[in-house]
Design a protein around this ligand. Structure first.
Ligand SMILES: [Zn+2]
Ligand SMILES: [Zn+2]
Length: 153
């Protein structure tokens, strides 16, 4: 399997309710695996749901699947979309690692839209490589407040 396929496999398994070993994630994502794991868990919640003990696809509404059926549906029908979601998330993962902040805090203040990053704190569009500087230079206090709120929620 190529790396993209492995990433898809891991996301589809988690989204279908199968076990994903921490070691697998560590091997795939190295130093970033903790942040990536949170993102994968969030993606899983976004793309599938359980109703009356069967699984449904939130991307197209298909259901009710068994775990295996859900896995097959996701990998066959939505592989590209899932990898795209993951790819967009990874820009923010890198940023959260650099800022040493939880991914969820970073995704609360930065949004990726049509391939561009938007600072939700001031509404400005920022180039990817300018985000770190922008956030630390302009929004240090807001980031602290956001972190405080996050920890006490
Ligand atoms: Zn679907
Ligand atoms: Zn800003």
């Amino acid at each position: 399997m190529q790396k993209g396929e492995k990433i898809l496999d891991v996301i589809a398994r988690r989204s279908s309710g199968f076990e994903v070993e921490e070691d697998e994630l560590r091997y795939l994502f190295r130093k970033k695996y903790k942040a990536v794991t949170r993102v994968i868990n969030e993606i899983a919640l976004t793309i599938t749901e359980t109703k009356d003990s069967s699984l449904y696809c939130k991307m197209c509404g298909a259901g009710g699947f068994t775990k295996r059926g859900m896995y097959q549906h996701l990998t066959r029908k939505h592989g590209k979309e899932i990898l795209k979601i993951m790819k967009e998330a990874r820009g923010l993962i890198d940023l959260s690692v650099k800022l040493n902040l939880d991914f969820r805090i970073v995704s609360a203040v930065v949004e990726k839209r049509n391939g561009k990053y938007l600072c939700k704190l001031c509404g400005r569009e920022i180039a990817r490589n300018g985000l770190y500087r922008h956030l630390t230079a302009k929004h240090e206090r807001e980031l602290e407040e956001e972190t405080f709120r996050f920890k006490h929620r």
